[in-house]
Design a protein around this ligand. Structure first.
Ligand SMILES: C[S@@+](CC[C@H](N)C(=O)[O-])C[C@H]1O[C@@H](n2cnc3c(N)ncnc32)[C@H](O)[C@@H]1O
Length: 249
């Protein structure tokens, strides 16, 4: 159950705030924000960059390729925007879930999405370059999340994936709660195949049972189809691990 009454606040920290403009305006997310169920505030870390050039990155200690995001702009941006003093990090971490998006984080699952959706607020930190100075992870963040085993050029797309998945579970965002219960992953399986009109297209007919009007038969067909499909594509889900590294060939 959700522990907050219908509203979630998400603060995003990035050096590319414009990336969020369109995704947060369109579709379900746009509606949720317009309806006041979800509030997403996007903060530009560069406003807290150091020096005249508002520097946010520097070369890695120990050498190596690329640049690393400096700690000061991130610590200062997050504490200032969330209304905490820099000496108040412990309280901040107790009161706000501060998530670092990183391929080094725990891999996101629907179960984790549901946990996050039950929180009244969270803050998301988007890395760029070779990543973020590790002191941010150690002393500011409360968790690290990866959206999958691949490397993106920045955390912004990952943050949007997380926001989208979490927002769908905040009460009031998806009109029909039933559709959430039947979705992929919710019952430890992938969803059954869906069809709509026309009943025949280019000679391909939809399964007859779906046209039969027999709700019991439809229900049984869907359960079996979901099971067969999951067994073929993601057998790891049926073992309850949800870990694709354990997939059977
Ligand atoms: C080029 S990546 C840095 C990768 C880092 N050098 C490594 O090997 O782990 C830049 C930023 O993109 C984001 N990112 C990349 N892949 C991601 C993933 N799978 N999940 C979440 N964030 C990711 C992170 O914020 C990261 O700091």
């Amino acid at each position: 159950m959700n522990s907050h009454e219908g509203k979630m606040l998400i603060d995003v920290f990035t050096i590319f705030p414009a990336i969020f403009d369109s995704p947060l305006r369109e579709g379900l997310l746009g509606k949720a924000i317009e309806g006041g169920i979800l509030e997403v505030r996007v903060h530009d870390i560069r406003e807290h960059g150091t020096g005249r050039h508002r520097q946010v990155d520097d070369a890695p200690f120990g050498g190596g390729a690329g640049m690393v995001m400096k700690p000061e702009p991130v610590f200062e941006s997050v504490t200032a925007c969330l209304g905490y003093g820099i000496e108040d990090l412990e309280r901040l971490r107790e009161e706000v879930e501060v998530v670092m998006l990183t391929p080094r984080g725990e891999r996101l699952t629907q179960a984790r999405v549901a946990e996050l959706a039950a929180l009244p607020r969270m803050a998301l930190i988007c890395g760029r370059y070779e990543g973020v100075d590790e002191r941010v992870m150690e002393h500011l963040c409360t968790s690290a999340i990866s959206i999958g085993d691949y490397v993106l050029s920045g955390g912004e797309m990952a943050a949007l994936v997380l926001i989208d998945a979490v927002a769908r579970l905040v009460p009031g965002v998806v009109g029909n709660r039933e559709s959430l219960e039947e979705e992929s992953f919710s019952g430890g399986m992938l969803e059954y195949p869906q069809y709509t009109r026309p009943a025949e297209y280019l000679g391909w007919r939809v399964p007859e049972v779906l046209l039969s009007g027999d709700h019991g038969a439809v229900e049984r067909w869907r359960r079996q189809a979901a099971l067969a499909y999951t067994r073929r594509v993601r057998p790891d889900l049926l073992r309850g691990s949800g870990d694709e590294t354990e997939r059977e060939d």
